[in-house]
Ligand binder design. Structure first.
Ligand SMILES: *Cc1c(COP(=O)(O)O)cnc(C)c1O
Length: 425
């Protein structure tokens, strides 16, 4: 499609957008005296209007039933997480047995690594991407130390090549091959939080399995953004948070994926809690842990129902919109925003120079564009913020913007260009 950087063209794209009405299902921030242009769905998704109703229902049932709400609530709390499983499995391309919603993301990564990072003999190394999200770095380091191993030796990072911003996939694959039978675990962010680079999870999984390693992904920036096929790709385990693209409330609940091939392995070591215990016998309170089949066997605690109610409200919208349509709009809208940014950059070459470091190839990215602002980065970001643009600044000099297909419009992207140009001038 031949794009044009005009308001009428953007409005025409909105007219043709089959998902345009979903925007009305969200609250847009009103804290600014200018119209807020929200591009931070990759950090905290906007609140669906139905969320308040879903949470109120649980508050009302709590008021009405007290503890009996575990069984008498309209959606009994005892099994509340089960309301989410089918939807979330559909969103991430998994079978229901492979998915559970529980705890928070970093907690889940640890719980999964306890089971799936089992260094033994010379097979003890973890391969990860350089500059992973800080929480992941700390989690990985502490896992290595927990096994009495040495971080500088056993945590191997793949770096971008000199002078490049992105990690070449071929470098990940060749590192996997090189580490061979020393490699215990590959643990990478499916979409890098800083650059927005999407990795080929299927290829990485195949390469890792070929040398006998276990493969896990952090999908914080992928869930609700990328059309995932976790089951088909053969990934061993994954976790993600609910509050970024999935719009499920600040600090909201996380999802875990454990491939079906591990569904019935009670011998896998794990940190256990009563909610992972065989639910038919959970309340007999007998000693000796008998895990549930599948991902549910990694749950520790009973469901935080208010957070899960927010998650249910949000994931229902994803099911109604459908990941296929969401993915199609994501690619078109991100390409349009990219086009608008390039135009502004062309026109203002003398004043300001910036570069989009996110891959230009649509199959290598999701909704996020990371703009490397050379020179006046921070002041440019501050000027944008003053105009009502909610974007995200990452040290040392990247502005991240992510148009979310469920609630951003092409017109938002057009206005981003106008305000970016104003900020430059
Ligand atoms: C957002 C994010 C986190 C946050 O972890 P929490 O446990 O939810 O605080 C972790 N890892 C990555 C890659 C993220 O993008």
């Amino acid at each position: 499609m031949e794009f044009q950087n005009t308001l009428s063209f953007a409005q025409q794209l909105d007219q043709q957008d089959p998902l345009k009405d979903f925007r009305n299902q969200f609250h847009f921030p009103t804290f600014h005296d200018k119209t807020v242009r929200y591009f931070t769905g990759n950090s905290l998704g906007l609140q669906p209007k139905r969320t308040a109703e879903y949470i109120s229902r649980e508050l009302n049932d709590w008021a009405k039933y007290g503890v009996e709400g575990h069984f008498l609530a309209e959606r009994p709390w005892f099994a509340y997480h089960e309301n989410l499983t089918g939807h979330v499995a559909e969103i991430v391309g998994a079978k229901p047995i492979e998915v559970v919603v529980t705890h928070s993301l970093t907690t889940n990564l640890h719980l999964l690594m306890v089971s799936f990072y089992r260094p033994e003999g010379k097979r003890k190394k973890i391969l990860c991407e350089a500059k992973a999200f800080p929480s992941d770095q700390y989690a990985l380091e502490s896992q290595v130390k927990f096994h009495g191993l040495n971080v500088s030796e056993d945590l191997v990072e793949v770096w971008p090549r000199e002078g490049e911003h992105l990690i070449r996939e071929e470098d990940i694959l060749s590192k996997i091959e090189e580490l061979g039978d020393e490699l215990a675990l590959v643990m990478i962010g499916g979409v890098n939080y800083y650059t927005g680079q999407l990795f080929d999870m299927k290829k990485i999984t195949e390469a890792g399995h070929k040398v006998g390693a276990v493969i896990g992904f952090d999908l914080a920036h992928a869930a609700g953004n990328i059309n995932l096929k976790l089951h088909d790709w053969g990934i061993d385990f994954a976790a993600w948070c609910g509050y970024k693209y999935l719009n499920s409330s600040p600090g909201g609940v996380s999802g875990m994926f454990v491939h079906e091939r591990h569904a019935n392995r009670p011998e896998l070591p794990r940190f256990a809690g009563w909610w992972g215990y065989n639910k038919e016998k959970r309340f007999l309170m007998e000693p000796g842990f008998v895990p549930m089949e599948g991902a549910e066997g990694w749950q520790l605690s009973n469901a935080p129902v208010l957070g899960m109610a927010a998650h249910l409200a949000a994931v229902e919208i994803f099911i109604e919109a459908g990941m296929d349509r969401i993915g199609a709009k994501r690619d078109l809208m991100t390409a349009y925003l990219e086009f608008v940014i390039h135009q502004v950059s062309e026109r203002n070459k003398e004043r300001c120079s910036f570069e989009i470091i996110t891959p230009a190839d649509q199959t290598k990215r999701g909704a996020q564009l990371s703009i490397l602002a050379k020179g006046q980065g921070r002041s440019l970001f501050d000027a944008l913020s003053e105009e009502g643009v909610v974007a995200d600044w990452r040290e040392p000099n990247v502005i991240r913007v992510a148009p979310a297909p469920l609630y951003n419009s092409f017109e938002d992207c057009y206005w981003f260009g106008v305000l970016l140009e104003k900020a430059i001038q």
